[in-house]
Design a protein around this ligand. Sequence first.
Ligand code: G3H
Ligand code: 13P
Ligand code: ZN
Length: 332
Amino acid sequence: MTSYKELGLVNTREMFKKAVAGGYAIPAFNFNTMEQMQAIVQAAVETKSPVIMQVSKGARAYANGTILRYMAQGAVEYAKELGCPNPQIALHLDHGDSFEICKECIDNGFSSVMFDGSALPYEENIALTKKVVEYAHAHDVTVEAELGVLAGVEDEVASEVSHYTRPEEVEDFSKRSGCDSLAISIGTSHGAYKFTPAQCTRDPKTGKLVPPPLAFDILHEIEKRIPGFPIVLHGSSSVPQEEVDTINAFGGKLPDAVGIPEEQLREASKSAVCKINIDSDSRLAMTAAIRKYMAENPGHFDPRQYLKPARENMKKMYIHKIIDVLGSNDKL
Ligand code: G3H
Ligand code: 13P
Ligand code: ZN
């Protein structure tokens, strides 16, 4: 048993309390590789932002859960080395799908876990979330739960259709499950293809897809029913067109990739939404930089040569999100 406290990590309780009161959101960036971890830490230190580093089931399968745990521990030490004496870094399990996986992560140094029972019947979701909460709280670990279903397809997260969160359920759910934060569904979805062209309109000038707006009415109704309760948005990459264009210009093929417009995320950050999940934008930033580098330097084969610009590009993206979208800079 290793407590996250021994590793210098923090849970999300204080982070969320301050974020809700201050009208900003904490970035929750997924990581699978050392370069992503370094870029996240550099961005958080340079902007003086708290940060959540999150690990999906796919990340555990790719990189190994133990290695990722040590990388998060390394992230704390790295932040100190970069000149941040008291970094606020949470290590979070993203989309935990069983009590056992949540327990394993808590026992191995995670400071926060998500139990995603969103696909389960309502009462089962409450019962299993509650079981995770009881174990987690005994170790001072915070728990994110989910109500409502996001559309989109990822390695480990798949649903063809979305069901918006029903505001009339959130009070009962949060009270009875005891969760510390609640992920809701208001029109975001996972991946780089969040909307089909049929769901969008087209900008007559650029020909680019314009997605339908998020359901802010549902968000506001939820806020009314559980005032000040920390709300989480998954599937919040904005799929920057310049990265998609770079990928496509250098041999990639991502036609009609579309995300959530940043103005809407900026707006959501000012509400009780206090955690915003971003994964796909990091993948796009990395892939765009690597494709460009490879195309321009066909004779290079040392991975450090192309991973360096990839890391720089991800860092630039993380800094942009922190300062220009979520507003979590200067909050340490
Ligand atoms: O919510 C999904 C995340 O983007 C993680 O995706 O399972 O492919 O690592 P992944
Ligand atoms: P994106 O695919 O929009 O980056 O969402 C990531 C996410 O929600 C991780 O849980
Ligand atoms: Zn998610």
